[in-house]
Design a protein around this ligand. Structure first.
Ligand SMILES: Nc1ncnc2c1ncn2[C@@H]1O[C@H](COP(=O)(O)OP(=O)(O)OP(=O)(O)O)[C@@H](O)[C@H]1O
Ligand SMILES: [Mg+2]
Length: 260
């Protein structure tokens, strides 16, 4: 099964190095009191791939990526990031792993009291301590150019539109060159045109930064534009897994609800 899928992947996308696994989740279980959100959830992220996790609102998508970065503790199961099981790491070890993971929050989460430049400088200074001011300035310029917003350098977040804030959040995520990027609903709340622009940027980031990404979404257009492979999260489980073509053709009633 896996071999078949990876063969398809290699044909579909030259970026994906299907033999290298960067994230492996097995039998992940997470409850809040009596509410069981994830139950035996499993997933494999290959190097260079855009893996879309689809699921309806409240299905546990945000809980899933919070477990990957250690913002939430899993109740059971294994979450391996670059071969290290994050469920067994100390806070300090987790910090090391996190330095290679970029997280685009569902809410964007820019610092409102800082300019765009300061928002981008902040993670760079914290995570890439060795960089000189000149290198920091060059890096900030590069990522702002990549998201098409170089002229926003000295603006405050309040002066930006929703779509611009998403772009700046994306710039802040990629400024530290993360090897893995987790996108939580990157297009939510945006108009269709701006959503498409963000989806295209996600593909640019895949190519330019050779990042491996998990894109959590219920936006089917975003999934169509970005996915090398998809997983449907349903009832806490990895309900179905496949390529876009396989999902589009699927006769499964749950998948058809998304792919009308
Ligand atoms: N810290 C928490 N404490 C208690 N319950 C929580 C917590 N975080 C999430 N939940 C519950 O877990 C379930 C899944 O939430 P989650 O935010 O992962 O959904 P989602 O799939 O990301 O939804 P959306 O598409 O709306 O963002 C929800 O029922 C939510 O109420
Ligand atoms: Mg969510």
């Amino acid at each position: 099964m896996k071999t078949e899928q990876t063969d398809v992947l290699l044909q579909d996308s030259p970026e994906v190095e299907a033999k290298d696994i960067v994230v492996e989740i097995a039998n992940l279980t997470k409850s809040f009191g009596a509410l069981e959100v994830l139950r035996d959830f499993s997933l494999t992220l290959y190097k260079g791939e855009n893996l879309v996790v689809l699921g309806k609102s409240g299905s546990g998508k945000s809980v899933l990526i919070k477990c990957i970065v250690g913002l939430l503790r899993a109740d059971a199961g294994i979450i391996k990031v670059f071969d290290r099981d994050v469920t067994a790491l100390t806070a300090r070890e987790m910090d090391e792993v996190r330095q290679n993971i970029g997280f685009l929050f569902q809410s964007g989460a820019l610092y409102d009291s800082m300019t765009v430049k300061q928002n981008l400088e902040f993670p760079l200074r914290r995570i890439r301590e060795h960089l000189k001011q000149k290198e920091i300035d060059a890096k900030i310029k590069e990522v702002l150019e990549n998201v098409g917003l170089l002229d926003a350098l000295n603006k405050m977040p309040a002066q930006l539109s929703g779509g611009m804030r998403k772009r700046i959040s994306l710039a802040r995520t990629i400024v530290v060159d993360p090897k893995i990027i987790l996108y939580d609903e990157p297009t939510t709340g945006l108009d269709p045109v701006t959503s498409d622009e963000i989806s295209l940027l996600i593909n640019d980031v895949q190519k330019k930064y050779k990042a491996s990404s998990i894109i959590i979404t219920h936006d089917i257009e975003c999934a169509r534009m970005t996915a090398n492979r998809l997983i449907m999260l349903q009832d806490g489980k990895s309900y179905k897994e496949g390529t876009l073509a396989q999902f589009e053709k699927s006769t499964d009633s749950t998948i058809k609800l998304f792919f009308k």
